[in-house]
Design a protein around this ligand. Structure first.
Ligand code: F6R
Length: 247
């Protein structure tokens, strides 16, 4: 695992975008695994700038997102479909046909999750998976559990997650109760993984996830077992990691 320490959020975003850009330049028809959340927004902004400067071509790129709320239409501004279009897809020359998210409006969870898993396989797997890190160590919607979840599946959102997300909705009642997410096995099958983390509120979980024991109680800790993980984190998020362990 390579851990880059950046001065701040902006430098983290630039560095992460540079890594994604090199993947796209080296393999123009690559499969990018994408994430939502607040952390990657700056990374997407930098990718859009590179595209506008004529340095990046997304026309052959395929994307698969980590997760999506179940039961939220794509037109809802809290859906991850909406987020991806707003922050990246509508601002670059990506082919909408080549962008993929779990379809939260498909009521048959088993069928939709199986379809998504097969789709990832049919694309040849993920070349580079971008991840954010939850305060409890979750990746995608894989929350702390007794065992590592495997493939794309439907999760019941934890009360804490509903509480945390309700600020984005008119009321807690409107927060979806379930989501579809890639599983830990799906994520671990990506050829390369890039984790972005920012802020002092993530310092404890960064130390725990990347230097503590590998346990399903901290889902991101499994990344220690992956052969090609790059973490790009700002100094605040790395406050509890010795300088000697980072680049
Ligand atoms: C997003 C996702 C989540 C977030 C995580 C961190 O698709 O799956 O696991 O990456 O909750 O979120 P932020 O970046 O908002 O701190």
């Amino acid at each position: 695992m390579k851990i880059y320490r950046t001065a701040d959020y902006n430098e983290m975003s630039r560095k992460a975008a540079n890594i994604i850009a090199s993947q796209v330049i080296l393999k123009p028809d690559c499969v990018l695994g994408l994430a939502t959340g607040s952390t990657p927004i700056g990374t997407y902004e930098n990718l859009v700038e590179k595209y506008k400067a004529g340095d990046l071509d997304f026309s052959e790129v395929n994307t698969v997102n980590l997760d999506e709320y179940k039961g939220l239409p794509r037109t809802n501004d809290q859906s991850y479909y909406y987020f991806m279009h707003e922050n990246l897809f509508d601002k670059v020359n990506i082919d909408p046909e080549k962008t993929n998210l779990p379809d939260g409006m498909k009521p048959d969870s088993e069928a939709e999750c199986a379809r998504y898993e097969e789709l990832i396989q049919s694309l040849g797997g993920v070349d580079l998976q971008l991840l954010g890190l939850g305060h409890n160590g979750h990746i995608g919607f894989n929350e702390p559990a007794k065992a590592f979840d495997k493939e794309t599946h439907c999760v019941d959102l934890q009360e804490r997650t509903i509480e945390a997300n309700k600020r984005f909705f008119a009321s807690a009642d409107e927060v979806p109760r379930q989501a579809y997410t890639m599983g830990i096995k799906t994520i671990m099958q990506a050829r390369k993984i890039l984790v972005v983390v920012s802020g002092e509120d993530k310092a404890d979980i960064v130390a725990k996830a990347f230097f503590g024991p590998v346990t399903p109680d901290v889902p991101a800790s499994i990344l220690q077992m992956h052969p090609d993980v790059t973490v790009v984190a700002d100094a605040a998020a790395l406050a509890k990691v010795p300088q000697s362990k980072t680049l």
